[in-house]
Write a protein that binds this ligand. Structure first.
Ligand SMILES: Nc1ncnc2c1ncn2[C@@H]1O[C@H](COP(=O)(O)OP(=O)(O)OP(=O)(O)O)[C@@H](O)[C@H]1O
Length: 548
C-alpha cells in the first residue's frame, strides 16, 4: 500500500492505466479458466475455440501494456525520488547532514532506491495475479455457492494466519536493513583504507576477520533467518491451502448434492488459483524489502526540510545588491554535541570584524576551532548564539542562502569536481586554462568542454585544480582552509606572496586558515584561536612587517 501510495503521488494517470491494463489481463486470464473448464465438460468443446483465442490475445496484450506502463511509471517515480532527495540534501543545513551521516545517505541513495525499484517492478504482475484470483473466486461462487462459502471462510482464516506468521520474518528483514548500514561502513573502510591495510598484513587480517567478516556474517545470519522463515511461512501457507482444497472436496458430498460437472469445474478452478496464491505469498518477501527501503527513504525525506524550509533559497529577495565591504561577528557561539546529545565542544563567543581588500589569517593549534569558525563565516553552520552581519545586515534563515553566495572556499578536505559546473563552457574553458597555466599545471591538465581532462593528479596538484575552480567562481569573499599545507616551497610562496595579495588588490575579502607561521606577515589581521576562544587579534600584521 505504501508503495502504491508513493507511485500514485508521482503519476496518478499512468498508475490508473497500469491498474486498468493489469486488471484486464487478470480478468481475461480468469475468463480463460472458465473457457477451459467449460470445454472439459462441454459436448462440443470446439465452439469455445474463438473465445479461447480472443482471451489469450487479450491476456497477452493487456499484460504487456501493463508491464510497459509500470516500467515507465516506476522509472519515472524513481527518477523524481532521486532528484527530489538530491535537491533536498542540497537545501539541508550542513550540521543536519553531518548528523544523519554519510553512510546512511549513501545507503539510502544507492541501496534503498534500487530496492524500491525492484519491488515496484513486479507490481503489475502481482496486480494481475490478484485480479485473476478475485475473478476466479467470483467464478467459483457462481459455480457453486455451497462449495464456495466454506472454502472462502477457510481461505480467509488461512490468509489471516499467514499474515500473522509473516510478521516474524518481517522483523528480521528490518534488522537486516539496519545492519546493512554497518556492513556498508566496513566496505567503505575497506576501499578507502586499502593502502593502509595492504601495508600491514596483521592489521589487514584483523580488519578482515574481526570487522568486515563479522559484519558480513551478521548480514548472512539475518538474511538466512529472515529468508528461511519467509520460505517456511510460505510453504506452510501453501500446505494449508492444499488442506483447504482437500477439506472442501472430500467433505463436499456431506453437505449437499453436487453434480459431477460442477465438482470437476470447481476442483479445476481450485487447482488454477493455487498459482496466483503461491505467486502472491512468495513475493511478499520482496514487497516487504521494498516497503522497508521506502520507509527509510520516507524517514530521510521527513528529516530533510522541504525545499527552502531550512534556509530560504537564493531566489528570495537579495538584501546585498553590491559587493560587501564588511563582515562582523558579534558574540558568535557554536556548540558540538556528541552521540548522547551532550555538549562536547564550544566555540566562542567571538567578536570580530573582517573587511574587503584585507587578508585575515585564522591561526591556532589543532582543535582550537579554526575550521568551525570558517564554517560559521561561510554560513554552513548557523550560530547558536550571537549574530553575523554582512554590511550591517543580520544573517538569518531568510537570507543565509543568499549570504553563502558571496563565498568561494577550498576546504582542507575539499572535493574536486571533474566538471567546471558553469554555463558558457567555451568562455569557462578559456578562463580555466589561463588559471591552469598560472598555477603551473598546463603540462598535466587542460579544461575542455566544461571539464578538466583529468583529475588523477598528485594531492598538491589536485589542490591547485581546486584553486582553479575556486578562482573561476570570482566571489567577493574567499576562504582557504590550510590550502598550502601540501604545496612545494616555491608554490607556497606564490600562493602567499602573489595570489593572496592579488585577490586583496582586487578588493576581495580573503580569509586564510593556516599553520604556515613563516607567512603570517602576509596578513592584514591575524586571529589567534585557542580552545574555542579568540585569544588575540593582531591588526596590520602585513603593514608592520613591511615597515620593519
Ligand atoms: N563534526 C564534529 N562533531 C563534533 N565535534 C567536532 C566536530 N568537528 C570538530 N569537532 C570538535 O571541535 C573542535 C574544533 O575543531 P576544528 O576542526 O574547528 O579545529 P581546527 O582548529 O580546525 O583543527 P585543525 O588545526 O586540527 O584542523 C575539535 O576539538 C573537535 O573536538
Amino acid at each position: 500500500m505504501r508503495l502504491l501510495g508513493y507511485v500514485f503521488r508521482q503519476s496518478a494517470g499512468l498508475l490508473a492505466f497500469t491498474v486498468f491494463a493489469g486488471s484486464v489481463a487478470g480478468v481475461a486470464a480468469a475468463g480463460l479458466i472458465s473457457v477451459i473448464a467449460r470445454s472439459i465438460s462441454a459436448k462440443n468443446g470446439l465452439v469455445l475455440i474463438w473465445p479461447f483465442v480472443g482471451l489469450c490475445l487479450l491476456t497477452v496484450i493487456a499484460g504487456s501494456l501493463a508491464g510497459i506502463a509500470s516500467i515507465r511509471l516506476i522509472q519515472g517515480a524513481m527518477y523524481r525520488m532521486r532528484v527530489d532527495l538530491s535537491r533536498k540534501i542540497l537545501a539541508t543545513r550542513h550540521a543536519t547532514l553531518q548528523k544523519i551521516g554519510r553512510r546512511e545517505l549513501y545507503t539510502i541513495l544507492n541501496n534503498d532506491i534500487l530496492m524500491v525499484t525492484q519491488s515496484f517492478q513486479q507490481m503489475p504482475f502481482l496486480l494481475g495475479q490478484l485480479v485473476l484470483l478475485l475473478a476466479c473466486l467470483v467464478y467459483m461462487a457462481w459455480l457453486s455457492l455451497s462449495l464456495f462459502l466454506p472454502f472462502v471462510v477457510l481461505l480467509g482464516s488461512t490468509l489471516a494466519f499467514y499474515f500473522a506468521l509473516e510478521r516474524i520474518p518481517f522483523r528480521k528483514l528490518v534488522a537486516m536493513r539496519v545492519q546493512l548500514d554497518d556492513l556498508n561502513a566496513a566496505l567503505r573502510d575497506l576501499i578507502d583504507g586499502s593502502r593502509e591495510l595492504q601495508l600491514n598484513n596483521d592489521r589487514a587480517n584483523y580488519f578482515l576477520s574481526e570487522v568486515l567478516s563479522r559484519q558480513a556474517a551478521l548480514q548472512r545470519k539475518l538474511a538466512n533467518d529472515s529468508l528461511s522463515l519467509f520460505a517456511l511461512v510460505s510453504t506452510f501457507g501453501n500446505i494449508l491451502f492444499y488442506l483447504i482444497m482437500g477439506v472442501v472436496l472430500f467433505a463436499a458430498p456431506f453437505w449437499g448434492q453436487h453434480p459431477g460437472a460442477e465438482l470437476t469445474q470447481f476442483a479445476f478452478a481450485l487447482l488454477y488459483i493455487l498459482g496466483p496464491i503461491q505467486v502472491l505469498t512468495t513475493s511478499i518477501q520482496s514487497l516487504r524489502n521494498g516497503e522497508i527501503a521506502l520507509r527509510r527513504i520516507e524517514l530521510l525525506d521527513k528529516t530533510l526540510p522541504e525545499s527552502g524550509a531550512d534556509d530560504a533559497r537564493s531566489d528570495t529577495r537579495d538584501p546585498w545588491t553590491r559587493a560587501p565591504s564588511s563582515l562582523s561577528l558579534q558574540s558568535v557561539l557554536y556548540r558540538y554535541r556528541d552521540e548522547l546529545d551532550e555538549l562536547s565542544y564550544t566555540l566562542g563567543p567571538i567578536d570580530v570584524e573582517l573587511r574587503s581588500g584585507e587578508i585575515t589569517f585564522i591561526v591556532g593549534g589543532n582543535g582550537s576551532g579554526k575550521t568551525t569558525l570558517g564554517m560559521l563565516l561561510l554560513g554552513l553552520y548557523e550560530p547558536m548564539g550571537g549574530t553575523i552581519l554582512l554590511d550591517g545586515v543580520i544573517v538569518d534563515s531568510d537570507n543565509r542562502d543568499r549570504y553563502r553566495q558571496h563565498f568561494s572556499a577550498v576546504f582542507a578536505d575539499f572535493h574536486l569536481f571533474e566538471q567546471l559546473l558553469q554555463k558558457d563552457r567555451e568562455a569557462m574553458d578559456h578562463r580555466a586554462n589561463a588559471y591552469i597555466a598560472r598555477f603551473g599545471l598546463q603540462s598535466k591538465v587542460t579544461a575542455d568542454g566544461g571539464r578538466f581532462s583529468t583529475i588523477k593528479l598528485s594531492s598538491g596538484q589536485r589542490k591547485r585544480l581546486a584553486l582553479v575552480a575556486s578562482f573561476m567562481e570570482d566571489r567577493p569573499i574567499y576562504l582557504f582552509d590550510e590550502w598550502a599545507a601540501d604545496q612545494d616551497p616555491e608554490f607556497k610562496r606564490v600562493f602567499y606572496r602573489e595570489l593572496l595579495p592579488d585577490l586583496r588588490a582586487r578588493g576581495k575579502m580573503v580569509i586564510v586558515i593556516s599553520h604556515d607561521d613563516a607567512y603570517f606577515d602576509c596578513a592584514d589581521r591575524v586571529l589567534r584561536l585557542g580552545d574555542g576562544r579568540l585569544l588575540d587579534v593582531e591588526v596590520d600584521a602585513a603593514r608592520r612587517a613591511a615597515a620593519v
